[in-house]
Design a protein around this ligand. Structure first.
Ligand SMILES: Cc1cc2nc3c(=O)[nH]c(=O)nc-3n(C[C@H](O)[C@H](O)[C@H](O)COP(=O)(O)OP(=O)(O)OC[C@H]3O[C@@H](n4cnc5c(N)ncnc54)[C@H](O)[C@@H]3O)c2cc1C
Length: 354
């Protein structure tokens, strides 16, 4: 995978004295690093994980995004002079806790970066799973998809012991129908579950993962149950069952897709050993709203203008922490776009009206 898209082979890069700090080594941060290093800037990339790559290494299976390709692209960035500062979490006065914090050995205050670099680009992604928001979701055996997957991949990569992987019983319900749900269902099966049900409140036609991915699940013997919503997780201490309600499709909602509406009196119960919530991820800026002069939107994304400028001079944001959950290609492009804005700012100055 190529991140240094602006360097042509054999091109001599004229080094500049200005330094840029990038927070987050996912596709957005790597795309930005690739652009800026090719333009001669000094680039330091901070990441809390032990290896660059973000979700491409720690959240997505190899069969979908081969880690070898990602690692080749990162190797090229290192050869070009990008400096990766790993196991280092960027924090503000009030720390934000998210998945992937396990490896933090050092903490750097955001203000230090702002003071010591010509520009800072925040590309910290979406490292928190959305909760189901139903009674019983705190029972043992209910897992959040990103946490469930991250533990498996991190352990398979040899960074954490096998013991961190959550135990998977015989019957598993995965809630949601995005790529995360698809991966969680496949992994649950790989972990030994005999029956895996993907439960979705709309139909296969609206599934965010796309029809092909869902059909792929069916071929593996994973069941896809459409038009069903979860209303409760049942059990004493550990999950024993899920309470479901049938849905029908109504008028389009804000997303443009038909809104799922519960069918009154259609509740039923299915026995389950585990529930995996894959109902979306939440953006994780490295600070809380109200901090540092950088505004956060109601969706928890960082408020940026069309030039990726936040409400704090010299601080930019890109990738899923700015756009909300998206895809690798989009995040990479977004990071490159932000890097062009960083270059313009360093050379010409100026800032948005706040
Ligand atoms: C389970 C799952 C499966 C997916 N599958 C696919 C797929 O198959 N195809 C596809 O195109 N997209 C997929 N996506 C979406 C895709 O992974 C994201 O859109 C993309 O990775 C976003 O890139 P990013 O650079 O914004 O953030 P990320 O890739 O999330 O990278 C952010 C980086 O910031 C670091 N970080 C966070 N906070 C801090 C901090 N405070 N200090 C230092 N470092 C920090 C993290 O460690 C991470 O390395 C998937 C997403 C998930 C969750």
């Amino acid at each position: 995978m190529k991140f240094a898209l602006k360097c042509s082979p054999g091109q001599k890069i004229e080094k500049r004295s200005e330094k840029v700090a990038i927070i987050g080594a996912g596709p957005a941060g790597l795309g930005a690093a690739g652009y800026l290093i090719c333009r001669g800037f000094q680039v330091d990339v901070y990441d809390k994980l032990p290896e660059p790559g973000g979700l491409m290494i720690f959240g997505i299976p190899d069969y979908r995004v081969p880690k070898k390709n990602v690692r080749n692209g990162i190797k090229e960035l290192i050869e070009l002079g990008v400096n990766f500062i790993l196991r280092t979490k960027v924090v503000a006065d009030e720390e934000v806790h998210a998945d992937g914090d396990d490896f933090t050995e050092n903490k750097v205050h955001l203000e230090n970066l702002i003071n010591n670099y010509n520009a800072v680009l925040i590309a910290t992604g979406t490292w928190k799973s959305r909760n189901l928001g139903v009674p019983g979701e705190n029972l043992k055996g209910v897992y959040l998809a990103l946490d469930y997957l991250y533990r498996i991949y991190t352990s398979e990569l040899g960074y954490l012991p096998k013991s961190v992987i959550y135990s998977t019983g015989n019957k598993v319900a995965v809630i949601g129908a995005g790529l995360t749900a698809v991966d969680a269902a496949i992994e649950a099966q790989r972990q030994g579950a005999r029956e895996v049900y993907v439960l979705y409140r709309r139909t296969i036609n609206e599934a965010p993962a796309g029809k092909m991915e869902i059909q792929g699940l069916l071929k593996r013997g994973i069941k896809f149950v459409e038009l069903v919503g979860i209303t409760e997780v049942l059990g004493k201490d550990y999950v024993e069952a899920v309470k479901l309600i049938k849905m029908r499709l109504g008028k389009p909602d804000k997303s443009g897709r038909p809104a799922p509406e519960p069918v009154p009196g259609s509740e039923y119960v299915m026995e389950m050993d585990n529930v995996i919530a894959a109902v979306g991820e939440i953006p994780t800026p490295p600070f809380k709203d109200g901090c540092c002069g950088i505004k956060i939107t109601p969706h928890n994304t960082i408020d940026i203008d069309q030039k990726h400028r936040t409400t704090r001079k010299g601080v930019f944001a890109a990738g899923d922490v700015a756009t909300g959950p998206s895809l690798i290609g989009k995040a990479l492009k977004n990071g490159i776009d932000a890097a062009t804005a960083v270059e313009e700012y360093i050379i010409k100055g100026g800032w948005r009206e706040v």
